[in-house]
Design a protein around this ligand. Sequence first.
Ligand SMILES: *[C@@H]1O[C@H](CO)[C@@H](O)[C@H](O)[C@H]1NC(C)=O
Ligand SMILES: *[C@@H]1O[C@H](CO)[C@@H](O)[C@H](O)[C@H]1NC(C)=O
Ligand SMILES: *[C@@H]1O[C@H](CO)[C@@H](O)[C@H](O)[C@H]1NC(C)=O
Ligand SMILES: *[C@@H]1O[C@H](CO)[C@@H](O)[C@H](O)[C@H]1NC(C)=O
Ligand SMILES: *[C@@H]1O[C@H](CO)[C@@H](O)[C@H](O)[C@H]1NC(C)=O
Ligand SMILES: *[C@@H]1O[C@H](CO)[C@@H](O)[C@H](O)[C@H]1NC(C)=O
Ligand SMILES: *[C@@H]1O[C@H](CO)[C@@H](O)[C@H](O)[C@H]1NC(C)=O
Ligand SMILES: *[C@@H]1O[C@H](CO)[C@@H](O)[C@H](O)[C@H]1NC(C)=O
Length: 884
Amino acid sequence: MAGTARRPLLVLLLVAGFAAVAESKLYAPADRVLLNCGSTTDALDSDGRRWVADTNDNMWLTDSGKSSLMMAADRMDNGLPSTVPYMTSRVFPTESAYNITVNPRDRHWVRLHFYPSSYNGLPAEGFRFDVVTSTGITLLHNFSVYNYAKALSQAFVIREFSLPPTPAGFLTITFTPTPPGNETYAFVNGIEVISMPDIFADPATTVGFADQTVDISGAALQTMYRFNVGGLYIPPSNDSGLTRHWYDDTPYVLGPTQGVIYKAGPHFQLKYLSDLAEYAAPPDVYLGSRSMGSDPRLNQNYNLTWVMPVDGNFTYVARLHFCELLLNRPNQRAFDIYVNNKTAQADADIIGMASEKGVPMYRDFAVYVADEPGDEAMWVALHPSVALRPQFYDAILNGLEVFKINDTAGNLAAPDPDPSRLLAKAELGAGDHMPPKIHRHRHIATVMGSMAGGAAALGIIAALCVVRRQEKGKKELQPAGGSHTSGWLPLYHSHTSGKSSGHLAANLAGMCRHFSFAEIKVATKNFSESLVIGVGGFGKVYRGVVDGDTKVAIKRSNPSSEQGVQEFQTEVEMLSKLRHRHLVSLIGFSEDAGEMILVYDYMEHGTLREHLYMGGKPPLSWRLRLDICIGAARGLHYLHTGAKYTIIHRDVKTTNILVDEDWVAKVSDFGLSKSGPTTVNQTHVSTMVKGSFGYLDPEYFRRQQLTDKSDVYSFGVVLFEVLLARPALDPALPREKVSLADYALLCQRNGTLLDVIDPAIKDQIAPECLKKFADTAEKCLSEQGIERPSMGDVLWNLEFAMQLQDAFEGQGGSTICGRRPMGEGSGVGGSSALDGNVMSSTASVTAVETLSASRPRVVIVEEADDDEVANSAAFSQLVRPTGR
Ligand SMILES: *[C@@H]1O[C@H](CO)[C@@H](O)[C@H](O)[C@H]1NC(C)=O
Ligand SMILES: *[C@@H]1O[C@H](CO)[C@@H](O)[C@H](O)[C@H]1NC(C)=O
Ligand SMILES: *[C@@H]1O[C@H](CO)[C@@H](O)[C@H](O)[C@H]1NC(C)=O
Ligand SMILES: *[C@@H]1O[C@H](CO)[C@@H](O)[C@H](O)[C@H]1NC(C)=O
Ligand SMILES: *[C@@H]1O[C@H](CO)[C@@H](O)[C@H](O)[C@H]1NC(C)=O
Ligand SMILES: *[C@@H]1O[C@H](CO)[C@@H](O)[C@H](O)[C@H]1NC(C)=O
Ligand SMILES: *[C@@H]1O[C@H](CO)[C@@H](O)[C@H](O)[C@H]1NC(C)=O
Ligand SMILES: *[C@@H]1O[C@H](CO)[C@@H](O)[C@H](O)[C@H]1NC(C)=O
């Protein structure tokens, strides 16, 4: 998608060989009791934490516990993280209590661990009970672990509570079977009582009433959710001594657009403002983030949203953790925070609040969730602040926690869990405190781990990013009629200062056409909203018609955007000089009426990618694919050699190859990131990110020198993408298949390529043609740039492949030597798949949704280690003079 590459914010990076970053300060709890209930021996769990037998000298169990029973679970579920403390339990036929001495000044975590199994033949369904504390807090009421875990398909249940200081100096936790005296029992497998720092001392802002707060310092809280947003699971042993579980948030991000993940580099230093701030979350939480994405148009049209089912009739506190990792100045990234569809904070600007980069901070927002059966959920949504007109239309979050506050009766238990309601919630894909999702984050963790390993093996300083963006969402976000918005949009923010200068017209006279403002207004039906095909920081883009029937895309600059007239002009001049059948071109401009407006070719068929996979489009024939590749190769060849300067595209990929109504391929998004020191200084970020991983030249990473052979490498990936019809990176696949470049090379070298090519074209390809095509792609992917063919060689080879195909089909130029007319879209005739095969849009959308739900798209980009490197000549050297 246009703009992705040069809008660094959108991309997320994970540096291979990522070292422990900030030294985290370890909290040393005064009280630290981990009871292995129903066991006579102390033991370590899989996380290395020691659990002590609850039988020790009857230190913990009160007299009432004497009637309790020690039982072993009858079976072991594969989903258990550890046998300790889950495989043994203490079972209570009557009301019984643990009595634990505690430091009266400390807040305490109380965690109850349950494994719903049958114990010594007692059925799991037979356990139903209340749990209350001596401080009058009801933790669980009429609770059936069995129903609960079953509804959520959890193997085990952890309930975490934070209790305010207990002046009495002891805490009793009482288990009572419900209803008492009948064939029900209470049980527990593990109990933790651990001192914690007072991280709830500050009041929470009331959502919807920014001037009101809720005091939570004396409240008992139940942890509902705790996410390392954009990061991996963090186990209790890695949590700065606070022993919390931090889960991956991905399953709770509302599709279709899930934003992008960013991870700070290995030398990034966090700057804590206080000790307490250090305990709010471990460094890893702050060192990674999820943001919206690189496309300001998309960002303006959606909310980055987390949806977390909760129990109704309670007040909740949402704690949002922030840390700006990239930007330095106020109003570069500002956004609105919504909680449950109400404004929790408008115009949040992390730099504005924290004063500088790398300062961890959090905000608490309190909201009451009413009792609306089946519908209770916490919605946390972020949206770029339009009012502030920040430099980047983006939003960011590093960590997220949701706590339930006790009601006025000291109750934290949801009333009588109803299995069918829980089931409904489970289908929503959510659960209380998350263990059911653990397998998902493990999966993702594995994928990311293996990818990082691969990158390291290549010697690449690279970052991984997971972008989940489903095609359906893209569609929804596109205003009426835009079958494609992507690809051709220039990335820079153009600008009009309001006092437009007439010199632009003078300088550009003869280079491209000047449109009057009146013409533009007619073309866009007076900037009709229904013709908007894209929105961004630079302004809106409209579909339009000029000269009666020429379709164009018209970009109207946003008067408030930053870039100066000078740059605007430079860009226009450069663009207007690049004219080629296989490059998307600028048709003209208008600068009347104090507006700067650019007019481009309109690309009827959108991007190449959407015709390959996940676009819900009928498959393209092999001939047409090959023809598009030839066209794109020709466009790139022209960029490299045809203009006055060698222009390195830097972001060759299938979304930057557009197709017009005649199926002529056009390279878009070229040449724009260079042009002038102002762009480079504007923000180091924009020079840090260069292209989407998966397509990135490994040598470019190693040597940080950009050459035209980097484009050749990326184009090799495109060729295999066309052949296999799968993304350049697909983390949902087994490790060896994740990277298309690696996988295709492996298959090519093993001679198994035929088995993995797109089934839709398998029968159409001439064997010799396939061989030529694959050999060419393989050469493009050579490790060393010097071994890769030039774009001209690639072009020649692809044309030769087309001739082999022609010969095989006995049509067209029937002799191998007969050259086809240059640049003619001759593949159209073979594209029977395109004819009469238009799926109903509903059907295709559904298919896409299903497919992409399980397959996050991963884009990896590289992060420069520091600003110096980013600004070094190697990075700004997009355009360099050649000897021609
Ligand atoms: C719990 O222990 C404390 C002393 O540590 C004692 O005063 C209190 O009575 C005990 N409570 C129960 C219910 O046994
Ligand atoms: C406990 O839950 C069960 C099953 O939902 C219900 O039948 C029973 O009435 C509840 N008892 C109390 C005391 O709430
Ligand atoms: C136990 O259950 C029986 C019926 O199953 C009921 O008659 C009795 O009242 C219950 N006892 C208590 C103490 O709730
Ligand atoms: C926990 O921390 C250790 C040491 O810092 C590190 O090696 C390990 O990978 C971490 N584990 C996880 C799951 O983050
Ligand atoms: C927020 O809005 C969405 C869609 O507009 C709706 O589905 C959801 O139920 C709302 N959430 C709350 C908590 O009101
Ligand atoms: C974002 O969420 C807020 C609050 O629910 C809503 O008012 C707004 O319309 C949403 N914006 C978009 C683009 O969905
Ligand atoms: C909501 O909670 C209050 C106690 O805070 C309770 O009195 C009331 O009955 C509850 N309402 C519902 C509908 O559960
Ligand atoms: C929580 O419970 C305590 C003790 O029962 C009570 O004093 C406090 O008001 C409750 N908190 C809230 C927010 O209702």
